[in-house]
Design a protein around this ligand. Structure first.
Ligand code: ATP
Ligand code: MG
Length: 448
């Protein structure tokens, strides 16, 4: 923030004092206004926004403390500096307790005032930066303004508050994995791992060693102890993708894990207890599979404490323009979004998107490449029906699990920034509004 964009309101009943302060601060380049009483200040606040209020503690009717209370009850975004006469420092300290950021003793040192304001501006900048990052994180969430999308977002929010196992159903590319990740991020387990198990790559042989891990020497080739995914998912969330693909044997094993909340490493006789929330996803009709005897009813019952259904994109076409703009800017890390021509947008909206949002994302990415030297995205850059391939954007297919790092990366950037500014861990915790413990955990991954 430049000085001229910082607005300051001076509240003092002593006209000489007001003038001196006002002239000094104007001279420093701030946008300054003044009031001679708390009442007048409150009037001003109804019409204008001020970043900083500098108020005398002793005012004719309402005191500076009362003004402070009114200001804080309206907005947390206004910072207040209290001025106090020598000898009434106690009440100034009381003011700090109810939210003033600083106090200065009269007669003022103008230099001290200047430094105090500069510190405050840095604090305001940080706050803005923090909310910028929070917004960035939020943008990673499920995009969409249709009724159907709003219902999904509502369901995710409600489910996140509970500890129920959640089943997410929907066609390929509708955002099942994204929703699972968002659910985890919104839940109290957010600082713990989010572990993905892709059932498609999970043969019966691999199942035990991948999920349970194994002790050293438990079989030929097992020369080191290996922790299983379940152990990694302890306290966090285990996302089992494509649950409809797992064999009967694996189904019974999963049932056992859920019922006993425990498992044993291969080659060990010790039960390890785990606390993990299980989210499963499928593009199949699991209920029908249960009826047909292809999926265990008891397992279905246990994984579907809460069911979230993701509607196909063709049933929420209003979301297409939002998603298109979103993928144009965010996902492709471009600074500005090229305009999409009317005809191009019509083409996007008219298409029926069998590959859903993933397909739309691929089409947009391709259109950006094809329009590199053009001012706008035109309809011939919108190439449909060739990008409907699964795994175009996501997994490399080499492992059966991955940890989502994208949001973490954003946080890490922010934390590095704060560290480079010399903030302590306690201060950082305060700034980002999380516990010191969680800051420590997050900083463990930050390279300075
Ligand atoms: N509402 C949405 N807002 C923003 N991005 C979305 C949305 N829905 C899906 N995406 C993006 O589309 C892509 C596909 O989503 P995702 O992998 O979550 O789908 P899926 O249902 O798990 O698909 P599949 O069944 O093929 O595994 C991802 O890049 C995801 O981030
Ligand atoms: Mg998926």
């Amino acid at each position: 923030m430049d000085n001229h964009s910082v607005s300051i309101l001076i509240v003092d009943d002593d006209v000489n004092y007001r003038t001196i302060l006002s002239d000094f601060l104007k001279n420093e380049g701030y946008d300054v206004d003044s009031a001679n009483s708390a009442e007048e200040a409150i009037n001003r606040l109804e019409k204008d926004f001020f970043n900083i209020i500098i108020s005398d503690l002793k005012l004719p009717q309402k005191t500076g403390i009362e003004l402070l209370k009114t200001v804080k009850s309206r907005s947390e975004d206004v910072e207040m500096i209290i001025l106090t006469a020598f000898g009434s420092v106690d009440s100034a300290v009381a003011a700090l307790k109810i939210g003033a950021c600083d106090y200065l003793v009269k007669p003022l040192s103008l230099e001290e005032l200047s430094i105090t304001i500069k510190r405050l501006i840095e604090k305001i900048n940080l706050k803005n930066y923090a909310s910028y990052f929070k917004r960035e994180i939020f943008k990673r969430f499920f995009i969409g303004k249709s009724k159907a999308a709003a219902k999904v977002i509502g369901d995710i929010t409600v489910a996140a508050k509970s500890n129920l196992n959640v089943l997410i159903t929907g066609e390929s590319g509708t955002g099942k994995e994204l929703s699972a990740n968002m659910l985890h991020r919104l839940s109290s387990r957010r600082d713990e791992p989010f572990i993905i198990v892709d059932s498609c790559n999970l043969s019966e042989n691999l199942f035990e060693s991948e999920l349970f891990g194994h002790e050293r020497g438990s079989f030929t080739g097992a020369d080191v102890l290996k922790k299983g995914l379940l152990e990694y998912a302890d306290k966090g969330t285990l996302f089992i993708d494509e649950i409809g693909e797992v064999s009967g044997i694996i189904q019974s094993k999963l049932l056992r894990i859920i019922d006993t909340k425990s498992f044993r490493r291969v080659g060990s006789s010790k039960n390890l207890f785990i606390d993990t929330r299980i989210i499963t996803a499928t593009n199949k009709n699991l209920k029908k599979m249960v009826e047909d005897g292809n999926f265990r009813g008891d397992l279905f019952y246990r994984i579907s404490g809460f069911i979230i259904e993701l509607p196909p994109l063709r049933e929420r076409k209003e979301d297409i323009p939002h998603l298109a703009h979103y993928f144009m800017t965010k996902e492709n890390k471009v600074q500005f979004s090229k305009p999409i021509s009317r005809l191009a947008m019509d083409k996007l909206v008219d298409y029926d998107w069998p590959g859903n949002v993933r397909e739309l994302k691929n089409v947009i990415e391709r259109s950006i490449v094809l329009s590199e030297d053009k001012e706008e995205i035109t309809e011939d850059a919108i190439q449909l029906e060739i990008s409907n391939r699964k795994n175009f954007d996501g997994r490399d297919g080499s492992g059966i699990f991955e940890r989502k790092l994208s949001i973490k990366e954003i946080e890490e950037k922010y934390l590095s920034y704060l560290l480079s500014k010399g903030y302590t861990k306690a201060e950082i915790a305060d700034i980002i509004g999380e516990s010191e413990r969680s800051v420590y955990r997050k900083l463990a991954g930050v390279k300075i």
